[in-house]
Each structure stands twice: as structure tokens, then as C-alpha cells.
Design a protein around this ligand. Sequence first.
Ligand SMILES: Nc1ncnc2c1ncn2[C@@H]1O[C@H](COP(=O)(O)OP(=O)(O)OP(=O)(O)O)[C@@H](O)[C@H]1O
Ligand SMILES: Nc1ccn([C@@H]2O[C@H](COP(=O)(O)O)[C@@H](O)[C@H]2O)c(=O)n1
Length: 197
Amino acid sequence: MAAEKPNVVFVLGAPGAGKGTQCSNIVEKFKYVHLSAGDLLRAERNEPKSEFGDLIATHIKEGKIVPVAITCSLLERAMNDSMKAGQGNNFVIDGFPRNQDNLDGWNCQMGDKTNLKFVLFFDCPEEICIDRCISRGAAGSGRTDDNKESLKKRFETYVTSTKPIIDHYAEKNLVKKVDGSRSADAVFTDVQALFSS
Ligand SMILES: Nc1ncnc2c1ncn2[C@@H]1O[C@H](COP(=O)(O)OP(=O)(O)OP(=O)(O)O)[C@@H](O)[C@H]1O
Ligand SMILES: Nc1ccn([C@@H]2O[C@H](COP(=O)(O)O)[C@@H](O)[C@H]2O)c(=O)n1
């Protein structure tokens, strides 16, 4: 890890709340690198030689959270690779930490090596999120979890496991909440204000 601690913004919200979309906007406008825990897990699942491929595939389809040792190692490696490649020291980490295991594992493995700036939370009603994910699946996302059955489970996981993590950070005054139910442009106007301040 570099001498200067990398800055981290965690990006959380329900499935389909717009995390990935807004992270792409943040990268375009600000000097941030986007790391999506879900994308890293999907890439690892698709590695023919991965010892975790089957476990990850099952967890994703069932909307369950993969053990943190796997996810945190993928994130740390991606951060190191990106810093070595000279892409800078500022990271938006999308879809992490998603449960208490993620939070504890990160604090243990990465807490002292990184500087958590804030947690960006996209608040969006379940019906809107589900419609967006179903449309994304119908448009050919190829995701094994953009279907009604998986989405029901993903939402259960969000409510029971991820929401308490957002609440935990809110108690520490680290959460910046944005209404994610509006158009992507309107949402980004608020996001820009947060990253500019
Ligand atoms: N503000 C918005 N209004 C309408 N559609 C949106 C908006 N933001 C994102 N979308 C669309 O909704 C779908 C989900 O968006 P996105 O992938 O950004 O969400 P996410 O929170 O990262 O989802 P997941 O956690 O499932 O990966 C995409 O098809 C995207 O184009
Ligand atoms: N910290 C995480 C993040 C994601 N997962 C698994 O990946 C699925 C898809 O995540 P997206 O952020 O791309 O929607 C998610 O439902 C989990 O199964 C994880 O285990 N841990």
C-alpha cells in the first residue's frame, strides 16, 4: 500500500438505487477510481481457475453476501493495482460494506491503511429499484440476479444486513444521503455538490 493513505468513499443503497451509474459519473467528473465489489466478485466467479467461483456464483444468485475474506482481498488487490498504475489515491467503493462481516473484515484488514471520507447513501424506494433491475435484466444485463426471485432475496439481505451498516455509519455522522429516486441527472447534481464541498 502507498505511503499516503488512500481516500475511500463507500457507496451504499438498495439494488438498483443507482450506485454504479453515479460512480461512473463521479469518475468522469472527479479524480476517483471506481471499485465495485459486485463487479470484482463477478470477475472472480468467471475466472476458470478460481477456487471461489462456485461459492460466489451461488451467493450472487441467492442474494447472499460472500465472506469478507474473499471480497476484501479482491478490493485490496484492485486498490493496489490501480495505485501502481498511477490512477490516484481516491476510491469510490460501490456496494461495500454490505453486512457486519464486511464491516469487521474491512476494519481489520484495511481500516488502518485507508482514510474513510464518508458514506454516500442512495435512498430509493423498493418498487423503483426493482423496476430498474428488471428493466436492466430485460435489456440484456446478463446478470444471474436481475430476476424477480433473486431480487426478492437481495432486498431481504439489503433490509436485514446492509441497512444496519448504513445506520451504524449514520450514528457516526459519516452518511451523506441522496434521494436516488429522481432522474440520473438530478441525482448527480446533488452528488456533485457533495464531492465539490
Ligand atoms: N436515476 C435513475 N433513473 C432511472 N434509471 C436509473 C437511474 N439510475 C440508474 N438507473 C438504471 O437502473 C439500473 C440500475 O442502476 P445501477 O446499476 O446504477 O444501480 P446499482 O445501485 O449499482 O445496482 P446494483 O446494486 O444492482 O448493481 C441501470 O439499468 C441504470 O441504467
Ligand atoms: N460486498 C458485496 C457486494 C456484492 N456481493 C454479491 O454480489 C451481488 C451483486 O452485487 P451488486 O453490488 O453488483 O448488486 C450481491 O447481491 C451479493 O451476492 C457480496 O457478496 N458482497
